[in-house]
Design a binder for this molecule. Structure first.
Ligand code: PMP
Length: 399
């Protein structure tokens, strides 16, 4: 018998070697208690959270929590079924209405996660004989959506407008084409040149899908994302989003103005063949999406936080993923996995949690400490964070 686990041996060995240096396992942190959107107890210690996707701090919003509690009372704990059978409750319809209002679009379809939204939409709309042209740094859920479908995959260099155009021009004019882009790329926190890319895609007869997971609620006049900010949202055919970031709950969605969009509810397997989210989560999400429509003060403070942290880290001598802050994500580039893990642990001992990110999630084999800011981080907390980075960076000789 061949042990099917033998393919994992290199990873098992790498992990064992890392842990043998005495560092804490960076991938098994437990939040023992969560005190607020920005503070939790980890390993018995009060810790500032700088590695969540809680950009707008909605997890503890009292209206969001109250809506969820009410839905528990009105609808029970779960749905026990698919959206197309017994799993559509009032809150599912309400959150889809909230999304249509938020994006000012005709259709909204909610999935159990953002991962499933990408999986479902991409694999269903691009089929045999069609082409998917995607940025090489696309999220795993986009790649998995491509794998699940039957379309030809054509990757292009990250954020490279000319490379996209070249690929498009080589494809048969009459073939179905879907260009897949992200507003904010989550590893480096950089933004896509969507306006140009959407224009080129349309000129070459392609439909466009933009994953705005990391920009919803924060970027753009109404928080609709990078496509709104760059003035090309009307030419985007499908926007994918998630509730697991700015909305502060869990779930995924696609919004669109395509006149035939609703047929997807019958043909999209990751929508049909899984249970609908609990009504409490849907009611909380609807309350949160509606509150995010009026979040401009919070957005301004989040930008301030992002700018202050970016400048502060750069002044301390850290190497960052972008020259300027482009989103609420600031990636600090580590020399290698071992020192990245040491720095991660030194920060945790300082009472600061960031994300340690490594390949295959990261581009170009990089190890990153990813910092994601929250609109609820106070200016004092941001200064405090910089002090902790300085002490940890010196302790492990990275600065
Ligand atoms: N798209 C992008 C760009 C993401 O970063 C993520 C999650 N990190 C997802 C989709 C998946 O979202 P969810 O957590 O809701 O599955």
């Amino acid at each position: 018998m061949t042990d099917l686990f033998s393919k994992f041996d290199p990873l098992i060995e790498q992990r064992a070697a890392l842990l043998s240096t005495g560092v804490t396992d960076p991938f098994s942190l437990v939040m023992e208690k969560v005190l607020s959107p920005t503070v939790a107890i980890c390993n018995g210690r009060e810790t500032i959270l700088l590695g969540t996707y809680n950009y707008m701090g909605m997890t503890f919003d009292e209206d969001v929590i109250a809506a969820g509690k009410q839905a528990y009372d009105d609808f029970g704990a779960g749905t026990t079924g698919s959206r197309v059978l017994n799993g559509t409750f009032d809150p599912h319809k309400d959150v889809e209405a909230a999304l249509r209002e938020f994006y000012d679009m005709d259709h909204a379809m909610v999935f159990s996660t953002g991962y499933q939204a990408n999986l479902g939409i991409i694999s269903t709309i691009a089929g045999k004989g069609d082409y998917i042209i995607l940025d090489i740094d696309s999220h795993a859920s986009i790649y998995d959506g491509c794998k699940m479908g039957d379309a030809e995959i054509v990757p292009f260099r990250h954020n490279d407008i000319e490379a996209l155009e070249k690929r498009l021009k080589r494809l048969p004019a009459e073939a179905g084409k879907l260009v897949v882009l992200e507003g904010v790329y989550s590893m480096m926190g950089d933004v896509a040149p969507l306006k140009e890319m959407v224009r080129i895609s349309k000129e070459n007869g392609a439909m466009v899908l933009v994953d705005e997971a990391h920009s919803m609620g924060f970027i753009g006049q109404h928080g609709r994302g990078v496509a709104e900010e760059q003035g090309c949202i009307d030419d985007v055919d499908f926007i994918i989003g998630t509730f697991s970031k700015s909305v502060g709950t869990v779930g995924g969605f696609c919004v669109s103005n395509h006149p035939k969009f609703e047929i997807l509810r019958l043909v999209c397997r990751p929508y049909v063949f899984t249970a609908a989210l609990p009504p409490s989560v849907m009611a909380s999400s609807a309350a949160s999406v509606r509150k995010l429509m009026h979040g401009s003060n919070k957005r301004a403070h989040l930008w301030e936080n992002s700018k202050t942290l970016h400048k502060g880290l750069r002044d301390l001598g850290f190497q960052l993923g972008t020259d300027e802050p482009q989103s609420a994500i600031i990636a600090v580039i580590m020399p290698d996995l071992e020192r990245g893990a040491m720095m991660w642990e030194a920060l945790l001992k300082e009472g600061l949690y960031v994300n340690l990110a490594r390949p295959p999630a990261t581009p170009a084999g990089m190890t990153l400490l990813r910092c994601s800011l929250c609109a609820e981080h106070t200016s004092d907390q941001v200064q405090d964070i910089l002090g902790r980075f300085e002490r940890a960076g010196k302790a492990v000789s990275i600065i």
